[in-house]
Design a protein around this ligand. Sequence first.
Ligand code: HEM
Length: 455
Amino acid sequence: MLWRVTHPTTARSHPPGPPPRRASTLGRIRDGLPFLIDPIGFVGGRFQRYGDIYFVGSERDRHPGLFVLRHPDHFEEVLVTKARSFDKGHTAFATLGQLLGDGLLNTDGEVWRRQRRLLQPAFAKKRLDEYAVAMVAEVEAEAATWRAGEDRDVAAAMMELTLRIVCRTLFGYDASGDTEPVRRAMSALQGSLAGIPIPLPAFLSPQARRMKRARADLDAVIYGIIDGRRPGDPHVDLLQRMVDAVDEDGSTLTREEVRDQLVTLFLAGHETTSNALAWTFHLLSEHPEVEARMHAELDAVLDGGALTPEHLPRLELTDQIFTESMRLFPPIYALSRRASEDVEIGGWPVPRGSEVTLWVWHAHRDPRFWDEPWAFRPERFAKGAGEGRPRLAYMPFGAGARACIGKVFAQMEGVLALAAIASRWRLVSSGQHVEPNTRLTLSPRGGLRMRVERR
Ligand code: HEM
């Protein structure tokens, strides 16, 4: 059977894998370097050698090691059927926590459940319908500023656009003047996640100092937004919901708690969508036949009129294009968890404290689940196509209880942005060699310069 996972047949206590990571600083640098240079290729090579699940031990005391996964059935175990045995205590989330505080993305247990209950209504159908109207206004305004013949960094333009959309829809805030501190905070965060962690006191570590500065800049913007609101103000957005929230015990959210949620939504809600859009424009420029079909769909559906949210259900191909783009370039290309108790994955014992990495990128390009996985073929996501494929072979938004809260928001935003821009403009490759930059999210390295042509 095509999808069967190979189960362990040896008497080993952990899956096969490379020699343990060394404990010395020099050893850690040597071990970490090949991964840092090309994480996707490096991990792919190890999957080829060791199979669907491999183990990286550590010489460091009390470090139970790392399990690396690529099979959708194993993803299902970690994120769905055995999700209770995992938390977000992974090292990657510790760094994220320095900037995000205790926001929805990186808390666990009862604290997370309470936060999710509070935020979920902001993503209900009725709210999303309202956001769609604001999204159309933002994407149309963006498309109207572009000029024929100009050379644009499309990745940077999408970053600013998606940030404005999150701020306007969720916080009722016009972010046009405030994008610089957010950009700097993201860059500091990405930098600190990309390096090999060297145990230096904070005052000696340039990464730690950059992060502290970035946090201070970002907080100035965020607290500015929060302090503009009072309980009972007549706004219906998520920010007002948090300012007004009263828990069962009568307590309200502190200013810091509101700050942590805002920063989380600020960051989780714009960089991912903007990268997905940048990759989509890149893929379209490389596949003129797909681009031509999308233009034909847009022309037929819009019929010379202005884009509205009501067009969304009929923009089927545009939706499939955005979906297929996230298969080839998933903005969150790997997920991380820590085992909070002893558990089994793929039949292997995973001791409490072990770290687990789920390589979404590799599942998305696994030839067992995708014909010609390297090919850009949006029709893979047409209705009825792909039957028999394991559910989590496609997982750009995660899965289970911790799946992305902004999934529908992002998909809608992506399709509307594509529709608004591509109904007026064609983006032509500038000849730049485009390759993925694997930091916190997957972005085109060095931006994405394209020439804007009138259609
Ligand atoms: C294409 C765009 C997006 C992608 C690919 C994406 C991807 C993801 C993924 C993979 C997760 C799960 C992380 C994990 O399991 O560790 C996640 C969680 C999350 N996302 Fe998104 N996301 C996108 C857009 C958004 C948007 C627009 C928002 C908010 C407006 C958002 C807010 C969040 C939050 C708050 C979480 C944490 C949810 C929880 O743990 O309960 N994301 N996202």
